[in-house]
Write a protein that binds this ligand. Structure first.
Ligand code: SF4
Length: 710
């Protein structure tokens, strides 16, 4: 594969941080140092950038901790030694072949990232599912988006965000549930702020146990108890029915399941629902009246719903509000899940999860498997019907010894996985660990047998799909340092070493073309799309089929025909009880985790930028003064927090913005070489939603006490 850029018409690219997917124009000097500015012609951000995007050049220009050469150790006790690409990949192929021959294809796994480009996802997925013969590929997107994926599939028949960012500007009511987009999706939120400024009648509802920056724009903040979202959504649904604010015609013609829904939401009185949620009944009624009187109604959510042991049901109960009011498939209306990572959606498009096939085909559907097998020119029956291991299951199976080798691409699981000390035990027990990354993720690299240096943002070309189905192109502008290679090329070279054909791609564009061709005829058909179109248009929304005069598809379901078998959307009802670990006298507080404004994931990029560190420079525990007082804790005291799995030590920060009984700690920190006591996932449990397998990051039973020096 040729790593040189395909012809590069201009220096336009896409921000590599959050799922908003802002366009960026890059300039470089003769020292290969870049500067960034917002792309005024990009339909997503129209020239705006947030603090993280504006400072991307610092990260790109700083090569201080970059991995420059392949390295490996010959046994677990030896230090890593620099080797050639040939040697590193030959050894990796040799070990993989031996393990597969002895223990079968499911003894190896790839753990990737929502920051991988679509082309990279495509080749890894093709390699393991089509050639190695295992479905053991999963990504850190499992930790943030999988509940939304399952929710969409169950209700709309397809994993799809039906609306466009432009719908924000024409909505009259936006319900932000379990999200803080003012900090975590800043440019999207600026569009909401601008819409509110232009139309003061736009009503904003926010549900969150914390009063976040997003709440400053809210007309009503429903500060609910963690885990009670379904009860809240049902109570709002009940009010909408009682007040006649539902669309009976749409319900009758275009949905299934309303009768059961109606009886479910009437099982709990509004007063009981308000008590369960810990909010005022009048606030529930107010929120329902905003929705009921809106011509355009958007539900917007992210991890507060997804990262839950009932995450799928939380998604369904929120989408139900769009369905019973008929606010879907029309201007300014629809459900809109925000993706955390820049390419979580692109990864799903190519089938980069353990239960998916390319173009959202289903692994358990034989004709879908056969379609892909024929396309990849592999024997029928190669692709296995049984789902592979999910993110947390991979590390569980390293612990049991069933999984022998793991290849980690572009993610730092030893900070980001739940119950992370157990995950670390798994990596210690692994027979073989490959780490492919751009920089020294100290925590994970410590366990690598082979280290493969990857090219970073602006050093390789490709595409990503953002939260709104916009596919955007990323340019290669500068050379990667040392011997670092684009991730897709690393995987293709490895495939050759394994003796597989089908990985002779001339360049990234050729991978994209193959991926696009494989989508033809599916719901997410992009067979009319290629790099030239993307470079010209900056970003287009799928589907983009070649048969039609395609300009991308801004809004889905305008004909009220859904992707389900009977073309109707499903209103799905269930019990609203949370199934998280119970609070006990020993662990009476609820820990919820999340992001802060200027850091990204495990800080391997943003942690290097002084300007970003100035916002909040260290981890902290947000605690209500009433909870602190009971424990003789003062503001800024060093405290210890423990759960059934582990402990952390950090400073307490008083805040009346959090509900009593709830504490918050950011997800970003953790350096295990000195101490792991600032790593929040020492505490979290590996309970997952049984449908989506997404972890329960938003509900951990903990206790906090003043730290006493020994
Ligand atoms: Fe990047 Fe997200 Fe900020 Fe846009 S909003 S500049 S995509 S981090």
């Amino acid at each position: 594969m040729n790593t040189e850029n395909n012809t590069f018409a201009n220096n336009t690219t896409t921000c590599c941080y959050c799922g908003v997917g802002c366009g960026i124009v890059l300039s470089k000097d003769n020292q290969e140092r870049i500067t960034v500015e917002g792309d005024k012609n990009h339909p997503v951000n129209k020239g705006m950038l947030c603090s993280k995007g504006m400072n991307l050049h610092y990260t790109a220009n700083d090569k201080s901790d970059r991995l420059l050469y392949p390295a490996m150790r010959y046994n677990k006790n030896m230090p890593l030694q620099q080797v050639s690409w040939g040697k590193a990949l030959e050894r990796t192929a040799m070990v993989f072949k031996a393990l597969i021959a002895k223990h079968g294809p499911d003894s190896v796994a790839f753990y990737a990232s929502g920051q991988c480009l679509t082309e990279e996802y495509y080749v890894v997925n093709k390699l393991i599912k089509g050639f190695i013969g295992s479905n053991n590929i999963d990504t850190n997107s499992r930790l943030c988006m999988s509940s939304a994926v399952v929710g969409y599939k169950m209700s709309l028949g397809e994993d799809t965000v039906p609306i466009s960012y432009d719908d924000i500007e024409i909505a009259d009511c936006i319900f932000v549930a379990g999200a803080n987009p003012a900090w975590c999706h800043p440019i999207l939120w600026r569009r909401v702020e601008a819409a509110k400024e232009k139309n003061p009648d736009l009503k904003i509802i926010v549900s969150d146990p914390r009063r976040t920056q997003t709440c400053s724009l809210a007309d009503v903040h429903l500060q609910l108890n963690p885990g009670t979202d379904i009860t809240l959504h049902h109570a709002i649904g009940r009010c909408l029915i009682e007040d006649g604010h539902i669309d009976l015609d749409f319900i009758a013609k275009s949905t299934n399941g309303f009768e059961k829904y109606q009886s479910t939401v009437f099982e709990t009185s509004l007063k009981d629902a308000a008590d369960i949620c810990g909010i005022e009944e009048s606030d529930i009624r107010l929120a329902a009246s905003f929705i009921g009187n809106a011509n355009g109604f958007i539900t917007m959510w992210t991890m507060g719903l997804n990262q839950s042991v009932v995450g799928t049901n939380k998604n369904l109960s929120l989408i139900n509000l769009n369905l019973i009011t008929g606010h879907i498939g029309k201007p300014g209306s629809g459900p809109f899940s925000l993706t955390g990572q820049p390419n979580a959606m692109g990864g799903r498009e190519v089938g980069g999860l353990s239960n998916l096939l390319p173009a959202h085909r289903n692994l358990n559907n034989e004709s879908h498997r056969n379609e892909v097998e024929k396309f990849w020119q592999i024997p029928l029956g190669t692709i296995q019907p049984k789902p592979g291991l999910t993110a947390t299951e991979m590390f569980d199976e390293l612990n049991t010894g069933k999984l022998k080798a793991i290849w980690i691409l572009c993610t730092n699981p030893l900070i980001s996985l739940p119950d992370v000390r157990k995950a670390e035990e798994g990596l210690k027990k692994a027979k073989f660990v490959v780490v492919q990354d751009i920089s020294n993720t100290v925590e994970t690299l410590k366990y690598a047998d082979v280290v493969l240096p990857a090219a970073a943002w602006a050093e390789k070309e490709g595409t990503m799909t953002n939260a709104g189905r916009y596919i955007s192109y990323l340019s290669k502008v500068i050379q990667a340092p040392g011997e670092a290679l684009p991730d897709a090329e690393i995987i293709c070279r490895f495939a050759h070493k394994m003796g597989f054909e089908g990985f002779d791609f001339k360049n990234a564009a050729a991978i994209y073309d193959e991926h696009a061709a494989l989508t033809e005829g599916t719901n997410i058909d992009i067979s009319g799309l290629n790099y030239e179109i993307l470079k010209e248009k900056r970003a287009v929304q799928w589907p983009y089929p070649k048969q039609e005069k395609a300009f991308g598809t801004a809004r889905l379901f305008e004909d009220h025909q859904f992707f389900t078998v009977d073309k109707k959307a499903n209103i799905i009802s269930f019990d609203g009880q949370n199934q998280s670990e119970p609070l006990t006298p020993a662990h009476p507080l609820i820990l919820t985790t999340g992001r802060i404004r200027d850091q990204w994931h495990t800080r391997s990029k943003t942690g290097k930028v002084n300007k970003l560190n100035q916002h909040i420079s260290e981890s902290f525990l947000e605690i209500h003064p009433a909870d602190a007082e009971k424990r003789n804790i003062k503001d800024n005291d060093v405290v210890e927090m423990n759960s059934l799995r582990g402990n952390v030590r950090l400073k307490a920060k008083f805040s009346t913005d959090i509900k009593p009984g709830v504490v918050f700690m950011p997800m970003h920190w953790g350096k295990i070489l000195k101490s792991d006591l600032n790593r929040v996932n020492n505490l979290t449990s590996n309970l997952v939603d049984p449908q989506s397998k997404e972890p329960d990051f938003k509900f951990t039973a903990v206790e906090v006490k003043l730290y006493q020096k020994p």
